[in-house]
Design a binder for this molecule. Structure first.
Ligand code: ATP
Length: 362
């Protein structure tokens, strides 16, 4: 197996001491593959930026180790690491032209003029700023400034590019454009991108793999499909997309399969990756679009009444009050010609196909 581009092994970072101590990262293990678009996703304060700063070398771990291409890098200062960072604020030099901004790093390394000029030109073409080399940052739009910052970070071909919420200052339309652009740049350059965001949609659309973080820990790493379809933790299922949670009692279980009793008493067979035992209570997660509504109750696992429905054009969301207590959301596609199938007040059954039900670890 190829060596990882970046690896964190048991990395803990503590800021401050005593009562003011903050554990920004808590025993983080993660391996980021070469050439992948890897996203750190989580709410504000979960430690995403701290992990980037450790990889860049702006901070040192309190314990644990960071490896770049298999080599520990504790003693290597930031400017000697084959790593560049793009920040949310573009931090361009206002008095320098676009070309000077992009060539600045290479000039500091003492590269010759011709190499610098050629690299600047190639890199500006790569970010589609070919004609703007002579302008000053103040003469550029926000999106163009962000491209200059990207070009500057890509110019000396780092092995790893760290991107700390680089799109959050852009308006929605530009942001969508730059999402596609970043994905293209990653593919064309083959550089490993480590991208930080708290925006789940951005993470799902751009990433090869996502690490979902909470309170200094990585809770799950997987492809966007795995993270969305097979969340293993309640936090992950809740943070990404919409999810129904049900508490169920295990009545029988062996070899990865469980028989569970749902609220209201019906039973269901589901797959389980966590070796739960009979008598235990487990949490089930079901995406609204994976459940089905039935008019009668015969084949349904849950029974309730439609309390509210919201028509969205492509689909309709039904909010169902369960007979056993609590609510459940079902989203059905509005197929051509189909009319609203269930009115407010209607008694409905909710069918849960076994493959739509995810048994959570905790
Ligand atoms: P955001 O999305 O808001 O940038 P984040 O997930 O990037 O959040 P971090 O910036 O890594 O989170 O911060 C993690 C925790 O560490 C927070 O509680 C933060 O207040 C704390 N922290 C970060 N840097 C320092 C520092 N230099 N001194 C003290 N505490 C810090």
């Amino acid at each position: 197996m190829a060596v990882s581009a970046v690896e964190a092994q048991g990395v803990t970072k503590v800021f401050g001491s005593g009562a003011g101590e903050v554990r920004a990262l808590d025993e983080v293990d993660v391996a980021i593959r070469q050439n992948e678009f890897f996203t750190l996703l989580g709410p504000s304060g979960c430690g995403k930026t701290t992990l980037l700063r450790l990889i860049a070398g702006f901070e040192q771990p309190t314990s644990g180790e960071i490896l770049l291409e298999g080599q520990p890098i504790a003693g290597t200062p930031p400017f000697r690491r084959p790593v560049n960072t793009v920040f949310q604020s573009y931090a361009l030099f206002p008095h320098m032209s676009v070309a000077q901004n992009v060539g600045f790093g290479m000039e500091m390394l003492g590269k010759d003029r011709r190499t610098i000029a050629e690299t600047v030109e190639r890199t500006l073409d790569l970010v589609k700023l070919g004609g703007l080399a002579g302008r000053k940052p103040a003469q550029l739009s926000g999106g163009q400034q962000q491209r200059v910052a990207l070009a500057r970070a890509l110019a000396n071909r780092p092995k790893v590019l760290l991107l700390d919420e680089p799109l959050s200052a852009l308006d929605l339309k530009l942001r969508k454009e730059m999402q596609i652009e970043l994905k293209r740049l990653q593919g064309e350059t083959g550089i490993t991108f480590v991208f930080v965001t708290h925006d789940q949609e951005e993470a799902l659309t751009m990433s090869d793999r996502i690490a979902v973080m909470s309170a200094g820990r990585i809770l799950q790493v997987g492809s966007p499909t795995e993270i969305y379809e097979k969340p293993t933790r309640r936090f992950v299922a809740d943070f990404i997309g919409e999810t129904n949670f049900l508490a169920a009692e295990v009545v029988a279980g062996e070899a990865g399969s469980l028989r569970v009793r749902l609220p209201g008493g019906r039973e269901l067979s589901v797959l389980d990756a966590f070796e739960h035992k009979p008598g235990q209570t487990v949490t089930l997660a079901v995406r609204p679009e994976r459940a089905e509504l039935a008019e009668g109750g015969a084949e349904a696992q849950l029974a309730g009444r439609v309390e509210n429905l919201v028509y969205f054009g492509t689909d309709t969301t039904y909010h169902v009050g369960l007979e056993a207590g609590g609510g459940f959301v079902v989203r059905l596609q509005n197929r051509e010609g189909a009319r609203r199938r269930h009115e407010v007040g209607a008694s409905v059954g909710i069918r849960l196909p076994a493959e739509a039900v995810q048994v959570l670890r905790d």
